[in-house]
Design a protein around this ligand. Structure first.
Ligand SMILES: *Cc1c(COP(=O)(O)O)cnc(C)c1O
Length: 463
């Protein structure tokens, strides 16, 4: 069905004239015209020309439950009728925020029994930054101010989130990073591992955390923040030696560990949280995206007993957002979690869908353009290379070949994103085996067409 709307070209012209897009080169988009999505169901999108597109990105890593779930629509409508808004400032509360906080405390690993609600992933990380510094102030150690994070990590694009992240393109605009944020290298063996084995490399990258702590002075470091699996950085899966060593280091030096589970939370890795899949014990966890399957914005900081107790006993925490614990968003999150649980979607994603997808995804590694294929649960990446044996990069600008591949995917009605010259997927958890076969077939076709194109243009050359 094509809804009654203006012709695509007119919509594109209006879009270019008035709509400023995030992370988009405006002039380039104006010339090309945006692809306009009009409806969706399950894992399928429909655009303004009626094309049916397989969404292997779950929107933006978030539509875990798939599109078109009436139950979430009903939950929002019910809550809007009963109480569309009330705040949680000044000693007031409401039922959806209370029930969701309780539910999150049950689901979260360890003693993360306390929830501070935010509006998104970015502002959840801003909350976390203030929370850890304030925690150490209350403990009488205000000099514990520095926070360590990783190059090519992603923690959002607000001043705090963008500073915590390690995206040089974000730092280059608007005076980031803010003071007291320090970055170490990422555990990306494929691109940066050199002659080391993955195991040696994982240890050496983890030990950069120890070196940075010693360089800054352990008494000046508040926290380390990282994604269990880097998402926006290209689905970078750390070698197995990495996380145990990180855990040892934060414990030894008394540094808080913030796990940014904005993508990995709510089933993405085949368990409720990446912390469980990878065996990590955080002090604070950031969640957003999948918490509502993207149907409505919501973020949260899940906080340990120890930290919450110190914060609660101190002076008023002078922080919060008008929409902290928005009742409609909380009602949708509760319904989303109910469906994920009662329909066994995460259990099935972990035990049935993830192993099937892994086998099919890794089979792409035999393609001449594909170096490594990595996958954890339902988030995967492939590294494109002109020479597998040497793990070579392409000679031209990084991302040129990835962009060509993404465009071929689009032309073949598959949404797969590129990060530099890596291609990434993160499909809805409800994807079926037949749809995975379709995804892989379209990916392979797109890789063939990319190879043909770059050979014709002389781009398939090692740097
Ligand atoms: C998307 C993302 C964020 C930012 O969330 P927004 O809701 O876009 O502000 C933060 N951290 C990670 C790991 C993300 O993937």
């Amino acid at each position: 069905m094509i809804d009654n709307h203006l012709p695509t070209a007119e919509l594109q012209a209006l879009d270019a004239a008035h709509h400023m897009h995030p992370f988009t080169h405006g002039a380039a988009l104006a010339e090309k015209g945006a692809r306009i999505i009009t409806s969706a169901s399950g894992v399928w999108l429909q655009d303004s020309d009626g094309a049916r597109i397989l969404d292997a990105m779950a929107g933006l890593w978030c539509v875990n439950l798939g599109y078109g779930r009436e139950e979430l629509v009903e939950a929002a409508a019910r809550q809007m009728r009963q109480l569309p808004f009330y705040n949680t400032f000044f000693q007031t509360s409401h039922v959806p925020a209370i029930l969701l906080a309780k539910k999150l405390a049950e689901l979260a690993p360890g003693d993360l029994n306390h929830v501070f609600f935010n509006g998104s992933g970015s502002d959840s990380n801003d909350t976390n930054l203030r929370l850890v510094r304030h925690y150490w102030e209350l403990r009488g150690k205000p000099e514990k101010f520095n926070v360590i994070s990783r190059w090519n990590g992603y923690h959002g694009s607000t001043m705090g989130g963008g500073s915590l992240g390690g995206m040089k393109g974000i730092h280059a605009q608007g005076g980031l990073p803010i003071p007291g944020i320090h970055h170490i290298d990422q555990p990306d063996w494929w691109s940066e591992g050199g002659d080391m084995s993955p195991e040696e490399f994982g240890l050496s990258r983890a030990r950069q955390l120890e070196e940075k702590i010693l360089e800054l002075g352990p008494d000046t470091v508040a926290a380390f923040i990282a994604e269990p699996v880097q998402g926006a950085g290209g689905v970078i899966v750390a070698p197995e030696t990495y996380w145990p060593e990180i855990q040892r280091i934060v414990k030894e030096y008394g540094i808080l560990l913030i796990l940014d589970e904005v993508i990995t939370g709510f089933g993405r890795t085949g368990r409720w949280f990446g912390a469980e899949t990878l065996g990590i014990t955080p002090d604070i966890m950031t969640v957003a995206k999948g918490i509502t399957s993207g149907y409505i914005p919501l973020g949260a900081s899940l906080v340990s007993d120890r930290i919450a107790q110190v914060i609660d006993e101190g002076d008023e925490f002078a922080h919060g957002y008008t929409y902290s614990g928005h009742p409609v968003a909380c009602a949708v999150a509760l319904e989303n979690i109910r469906l994920l649980e009662e329909e066994g979607i995460i259990a099935r994603a972990g035990s049935e869908i993830a192993p099937y997808l892994k086998e099919k995804w890794e089979s792409l590694a035999d393609h001449p353009l594909v170096g490594e294929a990595k996958i954890v649960g339902l988030m995967g990446s492939i590294a494109l290379t002109p020479d597998k044996a040497s793990r070579a990069k392409f000679k031209g600008d990084a991302g040129t070949v990835g962009y060509i591949c993404r465009e071929r995917c689009f032309a073949n009605n598959l949404v797969m994103r590129h990060v530099g010259d890596r291609m990434v997927i993160s499909p809805p958890l409800v994807i079926t085996k037949e749809e995975i076969d379709e995804l892989i077939a379209r990916a392979r076709l797109s890789l063939d067409e990319t190879l043909e194109r770059i050979e014709a243009e002389g781009l398939n050359v090692p740097a």
